[in-house]
Design a protein around this ligand. Sequence first.
Ligand code: C2E
Ligand code: MG
Ligand code: MG
Length: 622
Amino acid sequence: MKYTGRIGVCFVSIFITLIWIMYRQVAGTLVVTYAEIIVFTLMLQPFLWWLGKQYDKSKDTTKRQELQQKEVESLFNNTGAFLWTIDVKAEKVIVSKGIENTFSFTAEEFEQNFELWISRTHPEDEGKVQEHYHRLLSGAPSKCEWRFFRKDGEIRWLEVFGNPIFDDSGHVIKLNGVAYDVTERKQMEEKLESFAYYDSLTGLPNRRYFKQAAGKAIERCHESPEKLAVMFIDLDRFKFINDTMGHDVGDELLKKVSHRISQSVREVDVVARHGGDEFIILFEEIEESEARDIATRILDQFSSPFLLEGAKFFTTPSIGISVYPKDGKDIEMLIKHADNAMYLAKERGKNNFQFYIYEDKDVIDRKVKIERGLNDALTNDELELHYQPKIHLPSGKAYGVEALIRWRHPELGMIPPIEFISIAEKTGFIKKIGDWVIQEACTRAKLWQSDGLSVKMAVNVSSVQFEDDFFVDKIRQVLKESELSPEYLGLEITESVMHNLERTTVTLQELKKLGVKVSVDDFGTGYSSLNVLSRLPIDLVKIDQSFIRDVLTDPNKASLVKTMIAMAEDLEFDLIAEGIENELQVNFLMEHGCHLGQGYLYSPPLPAVEIEKILKQQLMPV
Ligand code: C2E
Ligand code: MG
Ligand code: MG
């Protein structure tokens, strides 16, 4: 009723006029005309109209205020928000009903017990809640987020805004504010944080988290000089398992690997996933001897197989370690040097750990000389092949040789392949070197054949060479030129070529068609499974020398060798043992069914003229 006031006022004015008329008539003294009465009444109307308007206005405002209050009340009573006010002196709190949704205590319970809200606060947040309260008492507005326990024990997050109210003399007498239940927002923030700082597959901290933690640790070292170490772990041949068995198996393996690594370190150490199959660990307050112990523990953790989809898989870690402050003053440098050390561990046969070695000027100079010299090595005839016999163990006779490259450097002397092959692979120069090796070896084998020595010739092939599109064509060409029959040529490839299984399979099939034998060198270091190899056209598997070296002293290695021999028999592979140095190793191998071998016991790799003499004495007829 918008105009009730004004209508009412009209009636009132008419009523007053009637009273006036009646009075004039009763009094009878003054004579007033009806016209006078009408004019008087009309003159009164604007004022009365204004009066009515004011009444309507005030009525409207009260109604609106009532409505707003109801809306606000219903908002704070039915949502996860509530209003609160604290009488500072009386230590009394009054809260709106909305608190019941948030805390599951009633507003009355809070009003009756001033201590209740603090007693329900999460112990870890008590400090900041006290700070917030004192800030308000000091007269400053304050905002705070904390966790509290509902009546049923559930933990919820609360965001509280407060304002102090002052008396005339400027003392804080009241605190007023509003509080919201922000649990859902907090959970979302935690999720986002976990995406930003944790690896979703393994649940380990990620590189970003690691760098922040390491940065803080280094700052602590500035305050009290402590040693700090960074460990870089790369899984040997993880890619092979991932590519051959599928990514699900690869993922499962990574999870299990993270678990084993985490089990080997101290609780305070930060194990993070660096990416792919790489992990980094941060150690604070650690001596080198302890880092060494932990690295050994990690290696031990990998001596047993991983069970994935019912099958056993082996993978090993190559570990590099750098130490603060001597190997780097910031985390970037420490990671870089731990990574360098990890590569050294790979070069030194994988499945081991290495500390970062500061490369002094001499070492760097030598590397530069090797890299630069490779270009001239071929044209200057500085490369040569040595040959190591392959032996039929029961008879002790040679049935073939392996060609091993040597570099007679004009300044540095004889350089072993381990020093320059990886450099040649990095620079791509390995292709030219590899072509030369195959040509030289085939020509030599043909020469020996013409001399009555029918020797099988094995040549090492780098994965860079093997993956060349024209590799098979080159082999065909060399065989044609040297007139060596293909069954006399064997190629030794490493498990690293398996990372591109499809392409490798095609190349292997073409080689098989050509009649060339292929063997997998250094088997066991990458632990690709024999089952996988059995699906490929491979003729021979060479057990890596690290197994043979320890076969008599390490029961773990002994049992692995036995398993390899048994499996090779089942899968119809030939097996040859590398690095035989004594008779006891030969006995062990023969006892368990391995009849082919190679090693210093029989002969080291020798130049062609010398090996020729040995072959002439003890070559087995092929
Ligand atoms: P590999 O093919 O596994 O060769 C075996 C290595 O073990 C050779 O080292 C050999 O001298 C050594 N060896 C043989 N018998 C014994 C033993 O009883 N005890 C010990 N401790 N060692 C033994 P080498 O000649 O230094 O060659 C090292 C590696 O360099 C080779 O390992 C092969 O991977 C690579 N390599 C050698 N020649 C070539 C080549 O022409 N091309 C390519 N791509 N790589 C080559
Ligand atoms: Mg070899
Ligand atoms: Mg080998």
